[in-house]
Structures are given as structure tokens and as C-alpha cells.
Design a protein around this ligand. Structure first.
Ligand code: FAD
Length: 427
């Protein structure tokens, strides 16, 4: 009897101990879960913070990249490559910002505007030069052709050295390749007009390596071809990069290459850039969907534009830029609204003390001024750089194309404006 009671007590004690143990285990488990949940929460918060920090950094950088800068910024000429072609007429300038900050992204094809103080010139001179390479956060590259008697190109080639400082406005311009568009791209360059197309080509190779590129390059002769080795190397190493040169005045060396192909696929032809060459290289059907980008001398652009229209390339797939007044000349007088095109209007250039007659044949107000011996400051001639902005004292203008940035209230951009009424300009 006593034994049974003792066994019962023992059993109760054991049950109690087991229960206690189970309770302790449950409590430990709960504690472990609570700790795990807390540390997970902490981890999530940390991760969240990191993501937010990263997003903020990206946003700040993107802000910096998008914003660019206002007015002119100092750049140091970091390096000069003096022989970008065999003849030595084109040099590349690598420009690093003096403040050392990351550079804003640009669209391949855009240009920089420079302001230079040149000895013996009465005032600063402004010129535009296309960015000639893919985006690099540390430096920009431009490539400049020394033109006969050219003021700024001569100054850059002869007087500017590594370490010198230049005043530069942020990248601008509407002639650029869309790096989100996968359709094959056709780049048609004439002479130094190759610079924005080099930027497009190098950017596409970096960011859309699979995209098909057709590069046509017209020059007087092979000695003028800019970045020839680079282009030939691309052609030899990439199946989706197609290259054709044509020469209007081939040297003996060029003549030997004409008709042959080098490295398997570089094509050399004699003569001007023409539709026959394009059709020889491009696959049939290219005219329906490919994008065409053209930059070169006026006559070449006119000829190619006409041929592409005949070949039924949709006008919205053809993009052109000229290095100067041709850009505006390309905007036909028919683009000017009918009432303005039909009329003759009086334009007073107040500071120059001249009043002249504008008709649709006169072109932009800048061209009108130039034709009448009125010397005014200008830069890009496409309404992007703002150099030719002048106050309008009375009257109204209209634009042949949209300015990149709206001019100040009460002012107009002479290079892309035509009068809508008689005008009185403070110029
Ligand atoms: C958007 C854009 C991008 C450009 N990109 C590039 C580029 O990447 N690379 C490049 O090399 N160029 C480029 N240019 C052209 C560049 O801006 C200059 O126009 C070019 O360098 C010539 O300038 P300059 O001061 O040397 O010549 P200027 O002194 O302006 O003279 C130009 C030519 O006109 C002649 N000339 C000058 N004054 C007169 C006159 N009174 N009467 C008759 N003839 C005269 C000169 O002999 C010379 O042949 C670009 C232009 C634009 C608008």
C-alpha cells in the first residue's frame, strides 16, 4: 500500500518535471522565435534603409546627371590626340571638369557649346562641337577639324594645349540616337560630320551590343577618314557592325582598295555617297523600319535625304544635323506659316541701326541679319545653345522648330525665329 502511494507520488513528480521541462522548452522556443522575428525585422529595416539609401544616391546622381549645369563651367584640357586622321586635320580634345564632379549623362549625338576669349578679337566667340565618344562620367571628348582660316578651329588646334582651361555649356541638341530602340541603325557621315555618329556608334556598342549598325563614311580620300583604325577594328571584330567608305577624290592607295573588301567586310567605293551604295550594303526591306542618321556637308545631306525619300524611307526615320546654318536652311520656307510666308515684314535691328525687309526667302532672323551685314553672336544655329537670344522690343516671332529651352520672356532666339509681324529687336 505504502509502495503504491510512493510510486504515485514519484509518478506525479516525474510528470511535473516533464511538464516543467516541456514548458521551459516551449518558452525557449517562443523566445527563440521572438528573437528571430526581431532580428528579421531588424534585417528588413536595415535592408530597407540600404535600398532607400541606394535609391537616394541614385536619385541624387541622376539629378546631377540630368540637371547638368547652368551657364558656362570650367573644363581642363586633359589630353589632345592630334592625329585623328592621316592628314592631321582633325584633333580630339578630352575635357575634364575642374570641379571634379561627375559629368551629366548626354544623349549620343548631342553637342557642347564653347565660349572662347581669343586674343585680338573684340569679344568672346561661341562655337559648338559634338561629343564624339560614348558617355564617360569623368571626361567629355570632342573632335575638331581645322578649317582654312577658321577662327576657333585654328585657335583650338594651334594655341590650346593640355592643361588649358575652356568655358563649356552643358550638352544639348535634338539630334541623337535612341538607346532604347533595338531596330538597326544606319549612320551616314561626311567628313568631320562623323563626330556625333561616332558617339552614337560607341554608345550603342557599349549599351546595345546586339544592335545592328551600318556605318557609311564619305570623304575626299582615305587620309581624311577620322578614327579609321577604330572603325576597321570594330568591323573586323563584330559581326553586327558593317562599314563602307567612299571617296570623292581617291588617292592611289584608296583606288587600290576600291572594289575589294578588307578584313572580310570593310567596303571601299569611289564617288560620292549615294543610294546605290546604301542599297548594296543594306538588306532589302531596310527602308521600311531602319533608323537613318546623317551628318555631313549640306550637298551630301540634301542628296542622301532626297534618295531616301525616293526609296520610300519614312521621313520620321530620317534624322539629320548640319554643322551650321544648313540646319536651319533645311527647314523649308513652306514650314513657315502661310500668312507669314506670304508677307514681307519690316525688321528693325535697333542697336545695329538697320531696318531691313524680311520675306520667306530670307530664312531665319539670324540669316536675315547676316545677309544684311549685321554681325550678331550665334552658336549652334538650331535653337539649342541660347547664344543668339535677343530682347524683342515690339512685335511677334514664331519658331521654325521648338527651342530646346524656352528663351527668356520678351526675348527670342534669332537662329530659329522668323517674324510674325513687323519687329523691333534690341540687337
Ligand atoms: C551643332 C554643331 C556641332 C558641330 N560639331 C562639330 C564637330 O564635332 N567638329 C567640328 O570640327 N566642327 C563642328 N561644328 C562646326 C564648328 O562649330 C565651327 O563652325 C567650325 O569649327 C568652324 O569654326 P571656325 O571658327 O574655325 O571658323 P569660322 O571662322 O567661323 O569660319 C568658318 C569658315 O567660313 C569661312 N569664313 C569665315 N568668315 C567668313 C567671311 N566673312 N566671309 C567668307 N567666309 C568666311 C572661313 O574661311 C571658314 O572656312 C559644329 C557646329 C554645330 C552647329
Amino acid at each position: 500500500m505504502e509502495n503504491v502511494a510512493a510510486l504515485r507520488i514519484l509518478g506525479a513528480i516525474i510528470a511535473l518535471l516533464v511538464g516543467l521541462r516541456l514548458l521551459l522548452a516551449c518558452l525557449a522556443e517562443l523566445d527563440a522565435r521572438r528573437r528571430a522575428a526581431e532580428s528579421f525585422k531588424l534585417l528588413r529595416t536595415e535592408q530597407h534603409l540600404r535600398v532607400e539609401q541606394h535609391a537616394l544616391a541614385l536619385k541624387t546622381r541622376q539629378g546631377e546627371l540630368e540637371l547638368g549645369w547652368n551657364g558656362y563651367r570650367n573644363f581642363t584640357v586633359e589630353r589632345i590626340d592630334r592625329n585623328e586622321n592621316q592628314s592631321g586635320s582633325v584633333s580630339s580634345f578630352y575635357l575634364a571638369p575642374r570641379d571634379g564632379k561627375v559629368l551629366p549623362f548626354f544623349q549620343p549625338g548631342q553637342f557642347l557649346t564653347f565660349r572662347l576669349r581669343i586674343p585680338n578679337q573684340p569679344k568672346d566667340v561661341v562655337r559648338c562641337y559634338s561629343l564624339s565618344d560614348a558617355y564617360d562620367p569623368q571626361r567629355y571628348r570632342i573632335s575638331v577639324k581645322k578649317v582654312p582660316d577658321g577662327l576657333v578651329s585654328g585657335y583650338l588646334h594651334e594655341e590650346i594645349n593640355e592643361g588649358d582651361i575652356l568655358d563649356v555649356r552643358k550638352p544639348s541638341g535634338k539630334f541623337f540616337a535612341d538607346l532604347a530602340d533595338p531596330t538597326p541603325i544606319v549612320l551616314i557621315a561626311g567628313g568631320v560630320g562623323v563626330t556625333p555618329l561616332l558617339s552614337m556608334c560607341n554608345s550603342i556598342i557599349e549599351q546595345q551590343p546586339e544592335r545592328e549598325i551600318y556605318f557609311f563614311f564619305a570623304n575626299q580620300n582615305g587620309d581624311e577618314v577620322v578614327q579609321r583604325e577604330h572603325l576597321e577594328a570594330l568591323c573586323q571584330s563584330r559581326a553586327n557592325f558593317h562599314l563602307a567608305f567612299c571617296y570623292s577624290l581617291p588617292t592611289e592607295r584608296d583606288a587600290a582598295l576600291v572594289g575589294s573588301t578588307v578584313g572580310g567586310s570593310v567596303l571601299h567605293r569611289a564617288g560620292y555617297m549615294n543610294i546605290a551604295l546604301l542599297q548594296e550594303v543594306l538588306p532589302s526591306g531596310a527602308q521600311e523600319s531602319y533608323s537613318f542618321y546623317i551628318c555631313g556637308p549640306g550637298p551630301m545631306m540634301d542628296a542622301v535625304e532626297g534618295s531616301l525619300a525616293t526609296w520610300k524611307v519614312p521621313a520620321e526615320n530620317v534624322h539629320m544635323e548640319a554643322f551650321g546654318a544648313k540646319s536651319v536652311a533645311a527647314i523649308k520656307p513652306t514650314d513657315v506659316r502661310a500668312e507669314a510666308a506670304a508677307s514681307e515684314l519690316q525688321v528693325c535691328f535697333k542697336k545695329s541701326q538697320k531696318t531691313v525687309t524680311w520675306s520667306s526667302e530670307s530664312g531665319s532672323l539670324l540669316e536675315l541679319a547676316e545677309k544684311n551685314g549685321i554681325v550678331l553672336e550665334s552658336g549652334c544655329c538650331v535653337g539649342d545653345c541660347g547664344t543668339c537670344q535677343v530682347p524683342v522690343r515690339s512685335g511677334e516671332v514664331e519658331y521654325l522648330r521648338d527651342p530646346s529651352e524656352n528663351p527668356e520672356a520678351g526675348s527670342c532666339l534669332l537662329c530659329i525665329a522668323v517674324p510674325k509681324t513687323d519687329l523691333d529687336l534690341d540687337a
